[in-house]
Design a binder for this molecule. Structure first.
Ligand SMILES: Cc1cc2nc3c(=O)[nH]c(=O)nc-3n(C[C@H](O)[C@H](O)[C@H](O)COP(=O)(O)OP(=O)(O)OC[C@H]3O[C@@H](n4cnc5c(N)ncnc54)[C@H](O)[C@@H]3O)c2cc1C
Length: 401
């Protein structure tokens, strides 16, 4: 290991994104949270600077960005829209656009990726079902071959971007079963356009946080999906799905450190000026020590996140590490960044006293956003622990085998 600094190109990229965010996003985070929508001009602006599905290759309109750049972008977006909704829109498309780019057919990529990179479509992930979440191999949505199409039946739930996908004629990298008896070896991925006959979006759920992007589901009833929308090989979808989730987890962790960074900045400004007992509360050791601990945790989380981003690139694009090596960094990065962000929000809210508990203060929307990452999005915290435990102890210690 020779140094821990970002390259000039990476620094410049961060500056560009920060400038974009400060100009277009920071002041609108409250509005995004309140209106339940990321304004079109922000999405268009993100497309113009190459942020949408940015890991897709330039042949299909992407920026061909590596995962360190995608991580920087996620961190900056979450620092500005601290509810993390904009970061979610970005990261879902980066991770699953990458999977479509890597494993999709030429025909599908030519048709789908250029639109997504221009903000004229949306690519999400459809894995979770009403009674299957963490156990991806147990999904029930069935895909049966019929001529040159596959017929899909089943239901997906708690899916991000359902309204956005309908509005933009988008779709989902969808986890289905082509051979249910083979469990994880019978999983196949398809791109499923949300506006396909036989696909019906289900009720939009009202979440507690990251309000700017919708959550809902969709039913498939004899929906015909053309064979060229298969992503990767038949019955090999489990591995491609894990690759997508692994990428997405790093970006989720990056969003956690971005929004936590904003919370700490708000907190430091506040404790320097808020007085109690005749002095700024930042002078009290009880507050300063919490700040020191929070800063330390945030720096440690950031190191984990950027190491994970670097390892992803080395493993999946250059073949220098195994999936197991990557798991041992990505799972701790997501686990630690999530809990750190939660801890920091809690501390900074406490420093604000009663003010921290109000909607006047931008902290509560950040805390609500962070909760979505801890509960589930791209894998629950306990699932990160299961991954770490079994990577350290060996596959015979996977608790559900
Ligand atoms: C805001 C939001 C957006 C989402 N967006 C999407 C999306 O776009 N696409 C998508 O496919 N899904 C999405 N999800 C769903 C998410 O992926 C799931 O919530 C997640 O996989 C967990 O599944 P579950 O909610 O069914 O919980 P379950 O799997 O039922 O787990 C329930 C609890 O049990 C724990 N648990 C489960 N197994 C174990 C174990 N072996 N050991 C210890 N504890 C265990 C979990 O940690 C959790 O606390 C989203 C979720 C949220 C909250």
């Amino acid at each position: 290991m020779s140094n821990f600094s970002f390259t000039k190109e990476q620094e410049l990229f961060r500056e560009t994104i920060r400038e974009f965010c400060e100009k277009n996003l920071t002041a609108r985070s409250g509005e995004i949270d309140q209106n339940g929508r990321i304004p079109d001009e922000i999405v268009k602006g993100m497309a113009q600077i190459g942020l949408l599905a940015m890991t897709a290759s330039p042949t299909y309109g992407g920026s061909g960005a590596d995962f360190t750049l995608a991580t920087i972008a996620t961190e900056e977006l979450a620092r500005s829209d601290n509810s993390v909704a904009t970061a979610v829109l970005f990261l879902v498309e980066a991770a699953w656009g990458y999977i479509l780019d890597k494993y999709g057919t030429e025909k599908a990529k030519e048709e789908l990726l250029p639109k997504a990179t221009k903000g004229e479509s949306f690519i999400g992930i459809g894995s979770t079902e009403p009674d299957v979440g963490s156990d991806i191999a147990a999904v029930k949505m069935r895909a049966k071959k019929e001529g040159d199409t596959y017929i899909l039946n089943g239901e997906k739930a708690y899916i991000s971007g359902i309204k956005e996908a309908q509005r933009l004629d988008g779709g989902y990298v969808t986890v289905t079963k082509t051979a249910p008896e083979l469990k994880h070896k019978g999983v196949t991925l398809f791109y499923v356009p949300i506006n396909t006959p036989g696909i019906t979006p289900t009720a939009i759920l009202e979440n507690m946080g990251r309000m700017g992007i919708s959550t809902g589901g969709f039913n498939a009833e004899n929906a015909k999906i053309p064979e060229h929308y298969m992503i990767g090989e038949v019955n090999r979808g489990f591995y491609a799905a894990l690759e997508g989730f692994t990428h997405a987890r790093v970006l989720v962790a990056a969003a956690c450190i971005g929004t936590a960074q904003r919370a700490l900045e708000i907190g430091m400004d506040y404790i320097k000026q808020r007085k109690a007992f005749g002095r700024p509360i930042g002078k009290f050791e009880g507050i300063q020590f919490q700040l020191a601990d929070d800063y330390t945790k945030l720096e440690a989380a950031r190191l984990l996140v950027y190491k994970a981003a670097w390892m992803l690139e080395e493993c999946y694009r250059k073949g220098n590490f195994t999936y197991h090596d990557v798991n041992k960094i990505v799972a701790p990065a997501k686990l630690y960044a999530g809990t750190t962000a939660f801890d920091i929000y809690k501390d900074v809210m406490l420093w604000h006293g009663a003010m921290g508990y109000t909607k006047e203060c931008p902290l509560e929307r950040g805390l609500r956003g962070v909760m979505s990452y801890i509960i589930g999005a791209e894998g629950a915290q306990n699932i990160m622990r299961v991954i770490i435990g079994s990577e350290l102890l060996g596959p015979e210690f996977i608790p559900y085998r």
